[in-house]
Write a protein that binds this ligand. Sequence first.
Ligand SMILES: [Zn+2]
Length: 400
Amino acid sequence: MRRSVLKNLRGLLTPDPRKAWVVDRIPGAAVAVEDGRVAWIGTEAHLPAAWADAPVVDGGDAWVTPGFVDPHTHLLFGGDRSQEFNRRLHGVPYTQIAAEGGGIRETVRATRTATVAELVAAGEARLREMRDRGVVHIEAKTGYGLELEAESRLCEAYLELKAKGWSLDVTLLPAHDIPTEFAGDPEGYSRLVAEQWLPELVHRFPGLARYCDVFIETGVFTVEQGRRIFQAGKALGLQARVHADELSWTGGAELAAELGGASADHLMFCSEAGMKAMAASGVTPILLPTTTLFLGMRDWAPARKMIESGCRVALASDFNPGSSPCLDPLLVLRLGCLQLRMTFEEAYTAMTLHAAQSLGRPDLGHLHPGAEATVLLWDVKDPLEWVYWVGGTFRPRTLN
Ligand SMILES: [Zn+2]
């Protein structure tokens, strides 16, 4: 049994996993750790006698917190779209860029020609960047291959990243868009994904993916086509995470609730019925404010209404090359407070406890007994500074 006590802490900040929105602040805290799990938290003055002889780890007067969990990323893709971004700044509309073969098609081309080694190298660089900013676990999607072999290479790259020790959950998203080979035929493509590609990917990579996802949106996939893919996924043991109600209301949140999905994501145009359905069925609404920011939209997701409806809202980066090239959890946290009108405690819970719960990880996103002891140490007077110093750079220390 390996035991230690983390002492000399300015404070401890953690959501309480027994409640939806309660954040504990413990000044002068200590954390007792046994075999990599939190065994006890409280003030150093109240450390139980049983821990008096345990080896002490010096926290250096820092605030200790659990790591951030990012429950929605498109981690792996080839190339980047900075040139296109600048063309948009020069006033060229996305429709023209897309008509010229740019936009997501550019990323699909670059992803299809990337080798597994190139994808792994890009993925590791991005994961390191996130880890250095305090993210300890992510959800990561396929979806820039849009053909079986390219989607398969993305799975292979995720398998390799997991083997290298990166903590991530994989979601299959071949229905991220309609590939040019199926232009005008989302029906045929959704059948192919449901009937052939999902079973084949699960067969090739048993146990790798836990979830599947579909971009349900006007002009992309309908609720009916999404349901077909999700039901095929369910039969293969994949739970639904849904790109829902991002640019218009289509009923994606309602579908996620009907299917007993893990999450419905984006939700800028979610209906009140959708919010109630998510609250009743335990679907986590995952809001992605950096995407709204980067697209220059004003339609911030209705976080307050969702919280009032009883939803356990989570926040995520939506890291992707087109609409959210952002690896910074603190920008997401800041937008949660400044644009989604969440309190600091709510936005923080949304990026830790609720994000972890949407991924079925009761041991992440908090530091109550039983949690994984992947603690972060922050040299701040108070964690509120992360948001208050709005352009500030804050990097945590870790114990290892
Ligand atoms: Zn996304």
